[in-house]
Design a protein around this ligand. Structure first.
Ligand code: GAR
Length: 218
């Protein structure tokens, strides 16, 4: 059975597009059961519609507070019965109630080598810190912002003269294969999430999987 994925996105949706393309070309055994956004202008919604995937807008302004918005958003997602919820550029905090009700069923892609550079402006944070290496992480969502167990990472060098924009572009080219490879490993049962416990090939994961140059896990 293909892995049933719900995607939550606030913007451009290039990670969503990578998932849709991989499913279309047969390199990911999954189905996107819907795309949800908090923003009417999110291009991710257009990408969903263009592929015939149900697109849902759940706007915070229509709800009293974050808890109510979370309840509406994730309640709507639940009706599509996904196996996994993928936050792909979802730019809102998710409250503990919503996260705790779906233990081990939500992952997020974040543009830094966690635990370094949580939150926003991660590329500028990396430049300001003067690190030689930067990248992206896929982690389990917990109520602790960008703090859940890290499943996998992809690394890029920081080069002399880099700006936040060119560093972001370099990281993004690795984000897509990172997310796809993580989803493949979840889809075929090599990577198993149970609450905050993660098993890889039957053993507890002790360090994040690393994406090699051939775009597979080393
Ligand atoms: C990606 O770089 C993703 O890592 C980041 O937003 C971008 C979304 O791009 N996510 C976060 O910063 C979450 N805190 P996309 O909409 O083109 O997939």
């Amino acid at each position: 059975m293909p892995l049933r994925i719900a995607v939550v996105a606030s913007g451009r949706g290039s990670n969503l597009q990578a998932i849709l393309d991989a499913i279309a070309d047969g390199t990911l055994d999954a189905e996107v059961v819907g795309v949800w956004s908090d923003r009417r202008d999110a291009f991710a919604l257009e990408r969903a519609r263009a592929t015939g995937v149900p697109a849902h807008l759940v706007r915070p302004r229509d709800y009293g507070d974050r808890t109510e918005h979370d309840a509406a958003l994730f309640g709507s997602i639940d009706t599509a019965t996904p196996d996994l919820i993928v936050c792909a550029g979802y730019m809102r905090l998710i409250g503990a109630d919503a996260v705790d009700a779906r233990p081990g069923r939500m992952i997020n892609i974040h543009p830094s080598l966690l635990p370094a550079f949580k939150g926003l402006h991660t590329h500028q944070q990396a430049l300001d810190a003067g690190v030689a290496e930067h990248g992206a992480s896929v982690h389990v969502v917990t109520a602790d912002l960008d703090g859940g167990p890290v499943l996998a990472q992809a690394r890029v060098p920081v080069l002399p003269g880099d700006t936040a924009e060119c560093l972001a572009a370099r990281v993004l080219t690795r984000e897509h294969p990172l997310l796809l490879e993580t989803l493949r490993w979840i889809a075929d049962g090599r990577l198993v999430l149970r609450g905050q416990t993660v098993h890889v090939n039957g053993r507890a994961l002790t360090a994040p999987l690393q994406l090699a140059a051939n775009q597979r896990f080393a």
